[in-house]
Design a protein around this ligand. Structure first.
Ligand code: PGA
Length: 256
């Protein structure tokens, strides 16, 4: 059975003091017995701070990006070794904001995926189409190309350290959500692709999160879909109350 994974992607938000407040609130509202895996991804400067606050909780710490290099003369970059040292156990790679604003290619994302796995960081690999791509009927082709590119030369032994996040670009931060049926259709396509690349049993064990304006009001119908195994949450993860409501909804569905 796939345990749902709910991750807060805080993006470039919050000061140190705000990180402290949000995590303290989260710790007080979260039920440690929830049958859900939980993660949060603060900005780089606050990873160590967050790691200290999270000691003794079941909330995992992740980063929003990383370099494919391990160390050296790469001004402005952050290495996977540094992320682990700061307390991270996972990293988000290939987020659409990295792809579309910072021009990260599938090749670049693939180098990062392989390096993260080599350095023992779990990966959330994001894929998803733009509005134009959805409208011209190329959603599946775009997602397939992103999966093929991002997972190139990644072996079946490594895929249990990878989660895929399907995030339609047109639904991120826009308040527009894919309908549960639309999301499920792409999730099923992704699982089939994973099955053809890694075999049915590996594909059945991999988690595929949905991301894009997920919030307490719409999460239940999404999380009930058979191939949606959690959420990658931006805006709503900046509010302890909203984030914890999504977690308890996921936990309730998982226990049904
Ligand atoms: P959103 O962001 O929930 O604010 O749409 C999701 C994401 O970009 O991961």
């Amino acid at each position: 059975m796939r345990i749902p994974l709910i991750v807060g992607n805080w993006k470039m938000n919050l000061t140190g003091a705000e990180v402290k407040t949000l995590l303290t609130e989260l710790k007080s509202v979260l039920d440690n017995s929830a049958s859900v895996d939980i993660g949060v991804c603060p900005s780089f400067p606050f990873l160590s701070l967050a790691s200290d606050i999270l000691v003794g909780t079941n909330i995992k710490l992740g980063a929003q990006n990383m370099s494919w290099e391990v160390s050296g003369a790469f001004t402005g970059e952050v290495s996977p070794v540094q992320l682990r040292d700061a307390g991270c156990s996972f990293v988000i790679l290939g987020h659409s904001e990295r792809r579309h604003i910072f021009n990260e290619s599938n090749d670049c994302i693939n180098k990062k995926v392989k390096r993260a796995l080599e350095e023992s960081l779990n990966v959330i690999l994001c894929v998803g189409e733009t509005l134009k791509e959805r409208e011209n009927g190329s959603t599946e082709q775009v997602v397939k190309t992103q999966l093929e590119g991002g997972l190139k030369d990644v072996n079946v032994e490594d895929v249990d350290n990878i989660t895929i996040a399907y995030e339609p670009v047109w639904a991120i931060g826009t308040g527009k959500t894919a309908t549960p049926a639309m999301a499920q259709e792409v999730h099923a396509f992704i699982r089939n692709w994973l099955g053809s690349a890694y075999g049915r049993s590996a594909a059945d064990e991999m988690r595929i999160q949905y991301g894009g304006s997920m919030k307490p009001e719409n999460c239940e119908a999404l999380l009930q879909q058979s191939d949606i195994d959690g959420g990658l949450i931006g805006g709503a993860s900046l509010h302890a109350g909203k984030f914890s409501q999504i977690i308890s909804t996921a936990s309730g569905i998982n226990e049904e």
